[in-house]
Ligand binder design. Structure first.
Ligand code: NDP
Length: 500
């Protein structure tokens, strides 16, 4: 046994010993759905049935929202001094770190990502997120407006009240943390709906929050289906804000829900089709290609910021392709529980079929398959697709226009910087983007011309909680992360005091 496989053996052993909780968490208690219904949680790693999850519906949503409202109105959390909320959130961060292996296993078993990513990226980032917003919250001051001296105008931030967070399955806990941490820090009550493919870590996070001292009713977790639980939250008359991460079509549905109900405040973090431009003026073409492929195949390509459109100047296109293929070889799918694995399983069978369908369509439309393209490891019972590279892609092909959310990299060759920018901006999305160049003026000019929330120059997916995250155009409304996120979870209130 190699040392990597013996460590894989340890993770497999821990996975066999792991117990799963599939209940809802409402008003501080684990409970079944009111209807008694459940749905199965199957692992994309090997198809194994992990547990049954409570299939909640509008009755459970009503109970969770009412619990959140009672807690909010009672002031058990919202009225606590910020320094006390900070202490609780920092304790939660510590509990997340202590339960790191368990939480990492839940993520990997539930949605298929490599265990090294779950431990090294997801769990760490989630703990850091609760720490950061906890730390921030007693350092933010409100304002006194510069009015005339016969009056005093106080501008204060107040929590919205009861907020709902609806999240996807690609970074289950992290996408939840980006919403739950700033929402709790600012004093809101939260109802979290995880994606149906990845409820386990959300439920565990809710339990840890209780253990850390978040009062019952302040953080509720209601698993279930989007058109049942998600819709009930979206249409609820007593939910003050709904913060969603997911696809653009479902984001639009949430706007309709808000319009049809109480005009609740919305935050939408949606899809992307991110352009990544490698110019001949960048001296280390190999590095650009290596990082680009690594970022495209990271997390099986199930990334809203996946640099899925690689736009390359013709002069360096051959060299780029060579390195892309070489890098893709290092992402051959393998056992997600092996710490040496770089690419794990896709989230489920339906998604796998969708990704393979895009590859077939691209070939029909005239793209050339340069690497991968096949489903592999079927014997495992899981869902694995090779890292796939297509070239000869035109920006009007479906693979260049629609979000695939899988390990498929499309290479588009261009003849000038202007053409690169035109192709980059020719998309309904505007989430992330990148430019590789050693020419400083070009770097500045292009980053100003690209219509996207994030522009990486000579890197991809640089990440820090201190920077806002979100998109232009149909990639969404509002920003997660950084102090800017706090704007979403608070209302400004002006109080005038006459001094006359
Ligand atoms: P979906 O939009 O399909 O689902 C996201 C969430 O919405 C899930 O909890 C889902 O429930 C729920 N939902 C689905 N349909 C409805 C409905 N009709 N009414 C109410 N709720 C509904 O996205 P995926 O889970 O497939 O995630 C992938 C998408 O997320 C990609 O488009 C990706 O780009 C985006 N994303 C964006 C990020 C960003 O920050 N911009 C970050 C990460 C992902 P159910 O689980 O039952 O389907």
């Amino acid at each position: 046994m190699t040392s990597s496989s013996s460590t894989a053996g340890r993770w497999h052993e821990m996975a066999r010993a792991l117990s799963f909780t599939g209940s809802a968490l409402i008003d501080g208690k684990l409970c079944p759905a009111a209807s008694g219904r459940v749905f199965p949680s199957r692992s994309p790693v090997d198809g194994r049935h992990l547990t049954d999850i409570a299939r909640c519906d509008s009755e459970d949503v009503d109970r969770a929202v009412a619990a959140g409202r009672r807690a909010f109105d009672g002031g058990v959390w919202a009225a606590r001094p910020p320094a006390e909320r900070k202490a609780v959130l920092r304790r939660l961060a510590e509990l997340i770190r202590s339960a790191g292996d368990e939480l990492a296993l839940l993520e990997t078993l539930d949605m298929g990502k490599p265990i090294a990513d779950s431990t090294g990226i997801d769990v760490r980032a989630v703990a850091n997120c609760f720490d950061w917003y906890g730390e921030a919250i007693d350092k933010i001051y409100d304002e006194v407006a510069p009015t005339a001296s016969d009056s005093l105008a106080l501008v204060r931030r107040e929590p919205l009240g009861v907020i709902a967070a609806v999240v996807p399955w690609n970074f289950p806990m992290l996408m939840a943390a980006w919403k739950v941490a700033p929402a709790l820090a600012t004093g809101n009550s939260v109802v979290l709906k995880p994606a149906k493919q990845s409820s386990l870590s959300a439920i565990r996070l809710g339990q840890l929050a209780l253990e850390a001292g978040v009062p019952p009713g302040v953080f509720n977790v209601v698993p279930g289906m989007g058109p049942e639980v998600g819709q009930a939250l979206g249409l609820h008359m007593d939910v003050d804000g709904l913060f969603f991460t997911g696809s653009t079509p479902v984001g639009k549905i949430f706007m309709e829900y808000a319009a049809r109900s109480n005009l609740k405040k919305l935050g939408l973090e949606l899809g992307g089709k991110s352009p990544n431009i490698i110019l001949a003026s960048y001296r280390d073409t190999a590095r650009a290609a290596r990082v680009s492929a690594g970022s495209a195949f990271f997390n099986q390509g199930e990334m809203c910021t996946c640099p899925s459109r690689l736009i390359v100047e013709r002069a360096v296109a051959d060299e780029v392709m060579e390195v892309l293929i070489e890098t893709a070889r290092g992402f051959a799918p393998a056992d997600p529980l092996d710490p040496g694995t770089a690419m794990g399983a896709l989230v489920d069978e339906g998604h796998t079929a969708r990704v393979l369908g895009y590859i077939a369509t691209a070939e029909k439309e005239g793209a050339h398959l340069r690497h991968g393209g096949k489903q592999v490891m079927q014997d495992s019972g899981g869902h694995y697709v090779e890292p796939t590279i297509l070239d000869g892609v035109r920006n009007d092909m479906r693979v260049a226009r629609e979000e695939i959310f899988g390990p498929v990299l499309s290479v588009i060759t261009v003849d000038s910087v202007d053409e690169a920018i035109a192709v980059a901006n020719d998309t309904q999305y505007g989430l992330a983007s990148a430019v590789w160049t050693d020419d400083l003026a070009t770097a500045h000019r292009l980053s100003a011309r690209i219509r996207a929330g994030m522009v990486y120059v000579n890197c991809y997916d640089c990440d820090d909680l201190t920077t806002p995250f979100g998109g232009f155009k149909q990639s969404g409304i509002g920003r997660d992360k950084s102090l800017h996120a706090l704007e979403k979870y608070t209302e400004l209130k002006t109080t005038w005091i006459s001094l006359a």
